[in-house]
Design a protein around this ligand. Sequence first.
Ligand code: SF4
Ligand code: SF4
Length: 195
Amino acid sequence: MTQAAYTTPQGRSCAGCSLCCWLPAIPELNKPSQILCTSWAAGVGCKIYETRPGTCRKFECVYLTSPQLGEHWKPLACHMVIAHQPRANRIVIHVDDAHPDAWAAEPHYGDIRRMAAALYPKNGQVLILSQGMATAVLPDRHKVLGPYSDDKVLVTTETAGPNGPVYDVTLYSEGDPALGALRKQAGAVDRTTPV
Ligand code: SF4
Ligand code: SF4
């Protein structure tokens, strides 16, 4: 969701890529996930860049912003887009429906687990969105959460384990009584920022 001509100091650019205008849903435009936005044009990028919606403005492509991320994360090559949501301290990996298991293969899976190990101690989360399903990647495992939509709430809980904190993530619908109880629980972190 950057301009086609933009190039990072490391030489990375959006040239030829449109995956962030394709894979994520854009609620303001009623654009479903996995469909190219009608405002995208070859050779131009976003045709409404100056007036693009807030979801697009807030989008951070980790491939472009994190030079330490390996070239194997180039969106066009790996069929995934990594987005960082700073307010929720959440990494969301949008996976192309045509390659739904791309995230689970190496070297990507190991990288994702390392991201999880770095983020959860800082109240962060790592989420995979593939074929409409959400999967949380945790430092020690991954957990299928279920069908995802923007009105769902992700809650992280932390318990003491023999080798340090053990994290868990649960997906709730807003209004679920169990969510109200969990929000009062020490060690539970509510992440409501939409994906
Ligand atoms: S996914 Fe990243 S590299 Fe591809 S067009 Fe979007 S911002 Fe550019
Ligand atoms: S409005 Fe522009 S930046 Fe947003 S998804 Fe559409 S083409 Fe991409």
